[in-house]
Design a protein around this ligand. Structure first.
Ligand code: ATP
Ligand code: MG
Length: 543
C-alpha cells in the first residue's frame, strides 16, 4: 500500500512490496471485510429508473461460498478454468470470488464476443464451467458438442435447456466454504489480450496480481481510499482495465464499486449514472472520454462529484487532457499497462506528476525503462521499447500453453511491451506507438496517436484512425480515416482543411497527406481503435 508522501521521488524510493507467500484473492476482497464489517456495502447496482440495489460483504461471502460449493459439486477442482460471460452485475462478482476461493482459474470473457471469438477462447483455455446469462448461453449452445471439456453452464437467468440456474444453485448449497490455501504465485485468472495486433493470447496471472495493482490504483486515484470514495468504470469487467484497475481493488480497499449496464458507451448515460450514484472515482478509457468531450455544457447540466478520473489503455493525448481541465475542472491521471503487466506507469496530480501528452512515471514498486534491442536503457530523448523488469508481482506468470510466446516476451530480465516510447528530462515516459503502428515516412518514424489526438481537436472531427499507406517515394505516407461529427457534410475542401489543421499544429512531416471520410471506426471490445483494419485497407488501396 502507498503511504501518502510529500513527493513522488520519496514515495518511489521508500516503497517496499509486502507480498505474502500464501494469498487468495477471494479471501482478500471478500472474507476479510465480511468478518470485520459484515454490513459494509461492497457494490451498488445502478438502475436508471429506481433506487440502486446493494450487496454487502456478508451477502457476497455467503453467496460466493454457496456458488463455490455448487461448482465443486459440478466437478470443478483447483486449477480448472471457469469462464465468466456476464455484464456488470452482482452475479459476476459473486462468481469471481467463488472461483478464487476454489483455487480455480477465472477466465473473464467480453459480452460483445461473437460465437467464433468465444469458441476460440473457451477451447484454448480448456474451460470446464461457464457462468453466463441467457444471451451468452444462446451463443454457446451450438458449440457445446465441439467443446468436450465444457461440462457445466450456469445461467443467471435461471435453468433452461442445458444450463443450471444460478440462484437455484446458490439457494441449494451451503453458505460455508473453506477457501483453498493458495500460494500468491498460484494461477488465479487468465485474461486474453485485446487482440489489437493479432490473435489474442491468454495471459495467466497469479493471486499476487491483485497486490501488484494496488500502488498503481492508488497513484491514479490520488491515494484511494479516501472518505466517501466510490469507484466506477464503463469498461467491461472482463478486461484487465475493468477487473484489476477497478472492481477487485475497490472490493479490497472497501471502496464501494458501482455496477451499471452499458451495451456500448453512451456519454449521456454515463453522466447520468455518475451523478445519481455520486461516483467519486472513475476510470474512463480515452475513446470514451473523447465521446464525452463532444457533449455540450456538462457542468451546467450534471452535478458531478468526481474526485479522480484515471484513463489508460490507449494514448489519452493533450487535447483531451486539456479539455477535462477546462470543462470538467479535473486533471485526468493517465496510466499505462498491458494485460501481461498492468498499471506500471501512472500520473498523480496531487504528487505533481502530471503532464499532458505524457503517460506518467513509474508506479512505486515497478522498474520501468525504455530499452534498446539488447536490453540496454536508452538515453533521455531517444526512442526505444518500454520494458518492465522482473520479478514484479503484477507481471503475468506465462502465456497459457505457449512457452515460445512467453520466452519471446523477454530480453534477459526485461519484459518488453511491444510499445515504443521515450523518457524526457523530467523522468516522464512518453508513448510513441505500438511497434506495428509506427509509420515510417521519408526517414521519420511517426506514432499515430499524437496525430489522432490532434485531429480530434478539429471542430468537425469526431474520431480518427491514422495509419501508414505504402508510397513509392516516402516508403509510407500518413493517411487519416476520419469520422465527422453528426450533421457535418463531407467535401474535398474540408479534407484539405483537416490536413492543414494537423500540419500547422504538429509538423510538416507528420500531417496526413490523405484524409478519407468514413462512417465509423472499428473498435475492440475494450474500445480501442483497431488500426490493423485500416492498415490493410490502405495497403490494398496502394497496390
Ligand atoms: P494484443 O496484445 O492482443 O494486440 P492489446 O495490446 O491491445 O492487444 P491490452 O493488453 O488490453 O491488449 O492493451 C495493452 C496495450 O494498450 C499496451 O501495450 C499499449 O499499446 C496500450 N496502452 C495502454 N495504456 C496506454 C497509454 N496510457 N497510452 C498509450 N497506449 C496505451
Ligand atoms: Mg498487447
Amino acid at each position: 500500500m502507498l503511504k501518502q508522501q510529500e513527493s513522488y521521488d520519496a514515495l518511489y524510493e521508500t516503497f517496499r512490496w509486502d507480498v505474502p507467500e500464501r494469498f487468495n484473492i477471494g479471501v482478500a476482497v471478500c472474507d476479510r471485510w465480511a468478518s470485520r464489517e459484515p454490513d459494509r456495502i461492497a457494490l451498488y447496482h445502478y438502475d436508471p429508473g429506481s433506487a440502486p440495489q446493494t450487496l454487502t460483504y456478508q451477502e457476497l461471502a455467503a453467496r460466493s461460498n454457496a456458488l463455490a460449493n455448487a461448482l465443486r459439486a459440478c466437478g470443478v477442482a483447483r486449477g480448472d478454468r471457469v469462464a465468466l460471460l456476464l455484464p456488470q452485475c452482482f452475479e459476476t462478482v459473486i462468481a469471481h470470488v467463488a472461483i478464487y476461493k476454489l483455487g480455480a482459474i477465472a477466465v473473464p470473457l467480453a459480452l460483445l464476443f461473437g460465437v467464433e471469438a468465444l469458441e476460440y477462447r473457451l477451447e484454448t483455455a480448456g474451460v470446464k464451467a461457464l457462468v453466463t446469462n441467457e444471451a451468452g448461453h444462446e451463443k454457446v449452445r451450438g458449440l457445446r458438442a465441439r467443446l468436450p471439456s465444457l461440462q457445466c453452464v450456469i445461467s443467471v437467468d435461471g435453468a433452461t435447456g442445458g444450463a443450471l440456474g444460478f440462484d437455484e444453485l446458490v439457494a441449494r448449497h451451503a453458505s460455508i466454504f473453506e477457501a483453498e490455501d493458495t500460494a500468491s504465485d498460484d494461477p488465479a485468472m487468465m485474461i486474453f489480450t485485446s487482440g489489437t495486433t493479432g490473435p489474442p493470447k491468454g495471459a495467466l496471472h497469479g493471486h499476487r496480481v491483485l497486490l501488484g495493482h494496488l500502488p498503481g490504483v492508488q497513484m491514479a486515484h490520488e491515494f484511494l481510499p479516501q472518505p466517501d470514495d466510490r469507484l466506477w468504470t464503463p469498461a467491461d469487467w472482463a478486461w484487465a482495465g475493468g477487473l484489476l484497475n477497478v472492481l477487485l481493488p475497490g472490493l479490497y480497499f472497501g471502496v464501494p464499486v458501482v455496477s451499471g449496464r452499458f451495451e456500448r458507451f453512451d456519454p449521456e448515460m454515463a453522466l447520468a449514472l455518475m451523478e445519481k450514484m455520486a461516483v467519486r472515482n472513475a476510470f474512463i478509457p480515452p475513446t470514451a472520454l473523447r465521446m464525452l468531450k463532444a457533449v455540450r455544457g456538462i457542468r451546467s447540466r450534471y452535478k458531478l462529484q468526481l474526485r479522480t478520473v484515471g484513463s489508460g489503455g490507449e494514448a489519452l493525448g493533450r487535447e483531451t487532457y486539456d479539455w477535462a481541465k477546462a470543462e470538467l475542472g479535473l486533471t485526468i491521471n493517465e496510466f499505462y499497462g498491458q494485460t501481461e503487466c498492468n498499471l506500471v506507469l501512472s500520473s498523480c496530480a496531487e504528487l505533481g506528476v502530471s503532464r499532458g501528452g505524457a503517460i506518467g512515471k513509474p508506479v512505486p514498486g515497478h522498474q520501468v525503462a525504455v530499452i534498446d534491442g539488447e536490453g540496454r536503457p536508452v538515453g533521455v530523448g531517444e526512442a526505444g521499447q518500454i520494458a518492465v523488469r522482473r520479478p514484479d508481482p503484477v507481471m503475468f506468470l506465462e502465456y497459457w500453453q505457449n512457452p515460445e510466446a512467453t520466452a519471446k516476451k523477454f530480453i534477459g530480465d526485461w519484459m518488453v511491451t511491444g510499445d515504443q516510447g521515450g523518457l524526457d528530462p523530467d523522468g516522464y515516459i512518453h508513448f510513441f506507438g505500438r511497434d506495428d503502428d509506427v509509420i515510417t515516412s521519408a526517414g521519420y518514424r511517426i506514432g499515430p496517436g499524437e496525430i489522432e489526438d490532434c485531429l480530434t481537436g478539429h471542430p468537425d472531427v469526431a474520431l480518427a484512425a491514422v495509419v501508414g499507406k505504402p508510397d513509392p517515394l516516402r516508403t509510407e505516407i500518413v493517411k487519416a480515416y476520419v469520422v465527422l461529427k453528426p450533421g457535418v457534410e463531407r467535401h474535398e475542401e474540408l479534407a484539405g482543411d483537416i490536413s492543414l489543421w494537423v500540419r500547422e499544429r504538429l509538423s510538416a512531416h507528420e500531417y496526413p497527406r490523405e484524409v478519407e471520410f468514413v462512417d465509423s471506426i472499428p473498435l475492440t471490445t475494450t474500445g480501442k481503435v483497431i488500426r490493423r483494419i485500416f492498415r490493410d485497407r490502405a495497403r490494398a488501396e496502394a497496390s
